[in-house]
Design a protein around this ligand. Structure first.
Ligand SMILES: Cc1ncc(COP(=O)(O)O)c(C=O)c1O
Length: 405
């Protein structure tokens, strides 16, 4: 088979590509016409930069039905937002505290929790998931709660299986007991509806650079009004406000935003969020569903090809982990790129417990194909066809490898 000249990007779970043209346009305009640091000067360029940053908070607030725009705090990415949420709630002052997370979670929840556990400040219960669907049973979360539980954290949509968890149900359980509920929306924000009020989310962490279609280097944490009274800042520094004070400001968003902003990134993100809001989440989610259905229909009966996560399109986003018999995940990725021009990611995807749950940890993980807002039905048919062709050759490949010994 000759190498493909086509390049099909199916790694949107890592970061989305392409972005709407308005994202780069706004970033270029900022770079060439403004270039100032918000809150660091009284001149027009600095003021306009500050207004553009605030406009992004307003757009996020509308999209996620937040209570106040200034409660959207900008971060470097989703991991940074989760570090703030987790370490801001669980410090040495909270020694003896207990936290709950799940086996489906990404390392951006697992590692900060492991870090506070190792320091002896927190004990952690990791709730198992169903090995086929990847779903968490809210009753298991309920049963894990102790009088000392200070946090429940969960990855809304899995970056391995695509599984979408019942966050509203878990949120209600947490809210009834007054336990802060942290949601990692890295794979769900921009793909499925999230209403922080209805879903009882206290801390919503998300990247700006995935389905919100902003550039890399952006992310945010939504802090429900009131939670800032118990969430410590984990960084201090200049804010351009109350500079005479020795301590970090206690008002939003300055409490959690020391240092100059990533203005160019946030201004790009703002356009991504605007695009998503204009399309509507309902329409984008319907498009994802159509892509998922087309992909599943094409691959589900292919011999030697396995996909993981929920069967069918319910409770999932367009993130598919697959394995083809006879191929290591990285070999499959290399064939997909080399022969078909399809760009995927293989391995453990920063979610080791998720791979243990679905039985792929000891096998080197899976190959992941992830769809974005600009992925077309033709793209997913092409990818499904490529996998089908590779699966058809897998037995020949396996016997050749066996013969080589
Ligand atoms: C489920 C999940 N959570 C968190 C992250 C971390 O996001 P970021 O790279 O923006 O820190 C990712 C990244 O892929 C992810 O898939």
């Amino acid at each position: 088979m000759s190498p493909s000249s086509r390049r099909l990007y199916l790694d949107n779970a890592a970061t989305s590509r392409p972005k709407p043209p308005a994202v780069a346009d706004a970033m270029c305009r900022y770079a060439s016409e403004l270039g100032a640091s918000a809150g660091r000067g009284a001149y027009a360029e600095a003021i306009e930069t500050g207004e553009l940053i605030h406009e992004c908070r307003r757009r996020l607030n509308r999209l996620f039905h937040g209570e106040r725009p200034e409660h959207f705090v900008f971060t470097l990415n989703c991991s940074d937002a989760l570090n703030l949420a987790i370490k801001g709630l669980l410090g040495p002052e909270d020694s003896g505290a207990h936290a709950i997370c799940t086996h489906i979670d990404h390392n951006s929840i697992l590692r900060p929790l492991h870090a506070v556990e190792e320091r002896g400040w927190t004990s952690v219960t990791r709730v198992p998931v169903d090995p086929t669907s990847g779903l968490v049973d809210p009753n298991d979360i309920c049963n894990a709660i102790r009088p000392t539980t200070r946090l429940i954290a969960i990855t809304h949509a899995s970056n391995v299986t695509g599984t979408v968890q019942p966050v509203r149900e878990i949120g209600r359980i947490a809210r009834e007991r007054g336990i802060p509920f942290v949601v990692d929306a890295a794979q769900s924000a921009g793909h499925v509806p999230i209403d922080v009020r209805e879903d009882c989310i206290d801390l919503l962490a998300a990247p700006g650079h995935k389905a919100l279609l902003g550039p890399l280097g952006t992310g945010f944490l939504y802090i429900r009004p009131g939670i800032e009274t118990i969430l410590r800042t984990i960084r201090e520094g200049g804010t351009g406000s109350v500079s005479e004070q020795a301590v970090q400001p206690d008002f939003m968003p300055d409490k959690y935003e020391p240092g100059s902003h990533n203005a160019i990134g946030i201004i790009g993100l703002s356009e991504g969020v605007r695009w998503v809001a204009e399309q509507t989440i309902a329409k984008l989610a319907a498009h994802q569903t159509e892509l998922m259905q087309t992909f599943i229909d094409a691959i589900e009966d292919v011999e030697g090809l396995t996909y993981f996560g929920p069967r069918g399109v319910a409770d999932r986003v367009g993130v598919f982990s697959v394995r083809v018999d006879g191929y290591e995940p990285h070999e499959l990725s290399a064939i997909l790129e080399g022969q078909f021009g399809i760009l995927t990611r293989s391995g453990i995807h920063c979610a080791p417990l998720a791979h243990e749950a679905i039985g792929t940890a000891a096998l080197g993980g899976t190959t992941r194909l992830s769809f974005g807002a600009f992925t077309t039905l033709d793209d997913v048919r092409y990818a499904a066809d490529a996998l089908t062709q590779i699966a058809a050759t897998s037995r020949v490949h396996a016997s050749t490898m066996a013969a080589r010994g």
